[in-house]
Design a protein around this ligand. Structure first.
Ligand code: PFF
Length: 460
């Protein structure tokens, strides 16, 4: 390659972009509803332990691979092992996972855009809960709304990725992430004034473990991968635009803490509203698009708060989608020498097409929704892709990444790389230990649970 590799403008730029990738629908949409379904408290604690002992070490491993190799995933595994090594398959797995995730992620992000328009038009005002639930049903099952917003969202994502590392991705993160924090804090301050706040606080941080099952524990572990954008090389790719002496431990800590903070704050924004309006915390995926609008319909200035909330959700989704597309596009840029423009448009266009069945999976077309759910697969297209990626592909990718760094990369190079430019050198031994033993055991437990081994043994 003749041109020097693009780099982040600053360490803060990297932290904002990487936490932009991590903070997404996973934090604001998924984490609160799975916390609700698993009864709060203890689930939250277990999630925090999973982030610290499994997520954080893998994040460091990914950034290590990217920063050392200065390559996107496929090239990174090749350059740190050797040509033709089977480890390169992990890079391919990452590209495929990015493609699949973005295809359905963009559909949910599209809903957030549609809900911004509904909020601006004050459409929830004075509506009954039944009306609002029905409204979501209409949105989810409308082919034109879903496909239209999905394509619009993909077009914005492609435009930012075309802009490149410093002037596209980093600039977007520098604008969107601070705005996201301001909106979240504004909503939090408002939430503290509601009557449901103390109950919500207790729900999230108090122990009343009666609802937590062993499956919930494994769900917390699985979610740790998704929420930190781990297991598919997003952090390898972003890490490859760091300088070799940038502090990999410090940035990983910063990104993990920011991501966790946003997930907890999202709970403290959503649950007070849920409790104030006497709703069910365990209502599932509809929490954001049904329970929240119901609450907005009953509150003073609801249209404004609803707009802020859905803009926040849209920004969070956008900075994550950018990283998903960057993983796929950077393969073609680095390995096939495609111009960035071509790579972003071709990959983004392909993902947009691949996303159409997901856009039709909630009633838009029977083939991808009810027919599919009634068939041998037993779920609609979007749920199938979501389950396949977050329950199988990401943990598998994370396992490969951990094993690669723990067992394949030479010890001296690993130690030197880890300690390069960091104040946290003392964490080295613990990092390798976790990658070698705890990560594989944790991921295997998730898989054994998935194929029903624990159930057969009567453990759950
Ligand atoms: N971390 C994102 C979220 O929590 O919504 C989702 C995600 C983005 C997963 C990028 C994986 C990834 F590579």
């Amino acid at each position: 390659m003749t041109t020097p590799r693009a780099q982040w403008g600053s360490r803060l730029g990297f932290i904002l972009a990487a936490s932009g990738s991590a903070v997404g629908l996973g934090n604001i949409w998924k984490f609160p509803y799975i916390t609700g379904e698993n009864g709060g408290g203890l689930f939250v604690l277990i999630y925090l332990v999973c982030i610290a002992l499994i997520g954080l070490p893998i994040m460091m491993a990914e950034i290590f691979i990217g920063r050392e190799s200065q390559c996107s995933p496929v090239g990174a595994f090749r350059s740190l092992s050797k040509r033709g090594s089977p480890w390169i398959l992990s890079g391919w797995l990452g590209v495929a996972t990015g493609l699949f995730i973005l295809s359905f992620y963009a559909v949910v992000a599209g809903w957030s855009m549609h809900y911004i328009v509904l909020s601006l038009a004050n459409s929830f005002d004075g509506k009954s809960p039944d009306d609002i639930n029905a409204m979501f049903g209409d949105v989810a099952s409308s082919a034109s709304i879903n496909v239209g917003w999905h394509l619009a969202f993909m077009a914005i994502t492609i435009a930012i990725v075309i802009g490149g590392i410093k002037t596209g991705i980093e600039r977007a993160a520098r604008i969107l992430m601070p705005l996201l924090f301001v909106m979240l804090i504004a909503m939090l301050i408002r939430a503290t004034t509601t009557s449901g706040f103390p109950r919500a606080f207790n729900f999230v941080f108090g122990f009343h473990n009666e609802d937590l099952t062993a499956t919930g524990v494994l769900e917390a572990l699985g979610h740790a991968f998704f929420t930190l954008s781990l297991g598919m090389g997003a952090m390898i790719t972003y890490g490859s635009y760091l300088k070799r002496n940038d502090d990999l431990v410090g940035v990983s800590l910063a990104v993990s803490v920011l991501d966790t903070l946003v997930a907890l704050l999202a709970c403290l924004v959503l649950f007070p509203i849920v409790f104030t309006h006497d709703m069910e915390p365990g209502s599932g995926p509809g929490l954001v698009f049904q329970s929240m609008p119901i609450a907005f319909s009953q509150m003073a200035g609801g249209g404004i708060w609803a707009t802020i909330f859905f803009v926040l959700l849209f920004f969070a989704a956008l900075t994550s989608a950018i990283s998903l597309l960057e993983v796929v596009a950077s393969y073609f840029i680095d390995e096939r020498n495609w111009p960035r423009w071509t790579a972003a448009v071709v990959c983004g266009g392909f993902i947009a097409l691949l996303g159409v069945p997901s856009a039709l999976a909630n009633g838009g077309a029977a083939l991808f929704s009810s027919d599919m759910a009634a068939g041998p697969i037993g779920k609609d297209w979007m749920t199938m892709l979501d389950d396949l990626t977050s329950q199988w592909m990401l943990p598998l990718g994370g396992l490969f990444i951990a094993m690669f760094v723990a067992w394949r990369v030479g010890g001296a190079a690993r130690e030197k790389g880890f300690k390069n430019g960091t104040r946290f050198s003392a964490m080295y031994g613990g990092w390798v230990f976790l990658l070698r033993y705890l990560v594989p055991i944790g991921v295997l437990a998730v898989f054994l649970n998935k194929i029903g081994v624990f159930a057969k043994l009567g453990w759950m």
